[in-house]
Design a protein around this ligand. Structure first.
Ligand SMILES: Nc1ncnc2c1ncn2[C@@H]1O[C@H](COP(=O)(O)OP(=O)(O)OP(=O)(O)O)[C@@H](O)[C@H]1O
Length: 269
């Protein structure tokens, strides 16, 4: 649903990207020399301690803020152009729903902006509401829903226009563990089905590994990428994967990268 045809199979390309926030206490180097390529259809998580610049990087990609240095393109276009063309869907930690619109009208908003006809819109909204388990709540208003339900509405909305890129900032952070695991599975299935690339910010190592093709590890002061771990876990992301040795191995690899040291395993002591 892009107004301009993508010119590259790279969903995101960041070259030497830096971001400095001037503050009263001096400049804060939120990001420095970030090199990142996300291929079309690839699932990439950003993980790292608080303040390492994960959200800042996602906001630059979404054109919600501008880089101080370097170059950033989305499907070969400047971030501003990609925003105007609505090349990506966004789901952030705050659901950001419009309180005067029902659940259905919130989910359907991107479709209205894309001028999709009412019948098609209604069908797609019903499909998405079912996907996130909110079929019985489509006529409710956001303030009549729990925080987790509001978040599910936001996720459904981000998927409405079947974007080729999803930008997600801890979208499952406020959910209970069961719902979270369920939606993780759903998200990988949807991403695979739609061929969408995903850039996903999380604090959870298991979540990053379960979801991703690559986990990008970041470090603060200044915010930068310190490691990139390929999970190599293949297409199928199901419950059996969470119990598999290959999965645990990658969880350990990401933990070690985050700590900057080898984590001693119990049976090696
Ligand atoms: N608008 C701003 N003005 C000044 N400093 C900012 C601003 N936004 C972010 N920062 C600083 O930039 C750095 C990176 O912040 P950012 O929110 O991107 O980190 P994060 O990795 O997403 O953290 P968290 O995991 O806590 O969400 C931090 O030092 C933060 O204080």
């Amino acid at each position: 649903m892009t107004a301009t045809t993508p010119t590259t199979d790279l969903a995101v390309q960041a070259t030497g990207v830096g971001k400095v926030f001037p503050t009263k206490a001096g400049d804060v180097a939120a990001l420095t020399e970030v090199e990142l390529e996300v291929k079309a259809g690839e699932f990439v998580s950003l993980i790292g301690p608080s303040g390492c610049g994960k959200s800042t990087l996602l906001r630059l990609i979404a054109d919600l803020d501008q880089a101080s240095s370097g170059e950033l393109t989305i499907f070969g276009k400047p971030a501003r152009r990609a925003r105007i063309d609505q090349d990506y869907g966004i789901a952030f930690q705050q659901a950001g729903l419009l309180p005067w619109r029902t659940v259905a009208a919130n989910i359907g908003l991107p479709l209205e902006l894309h001028k999709v006809g009412k019948a098609e819109r209604d069908a797609r909204v019903a499909e998405l509401a079912e996907l996130v388990g909110l079929t019985d709540f489509v006529d409710r208003y956001p303030d009549q829903l729990s925080g987790g339900m509001q978040q599910r509405v936001a996720i459904a909305r981000s998927l409405a226009a079947r974007p080729k890129l999803l930008l997600m900032d801890e979208p499952f952070g406020a959910l209970d563990e069961m719902t979270r695991e369920y939606l993780q599975g759903e998200l990988t299935r949807i991403a695979a089905e739609t061929g969408a690339a995903v850039v996903f910010v999380t604090h959870s190592i298991p979540e990053a590994v379960f979801l991703s093709d690559r986990v990008v590890v970041m470090s603060p002061r200044p915010g930068r990428i310190t490691d990139v771990i390929e999970t190599g876990l293949g297409e199928v992301r199901d419950e059996a994967l969470r119990e598999s040795p290959a999965y645990f191995e990658k969880v350990t690899a990401v933990r070690e990268a985050l700590h900057g040291t080898k984590v001693e395993r119990a049976n090696e002591r």
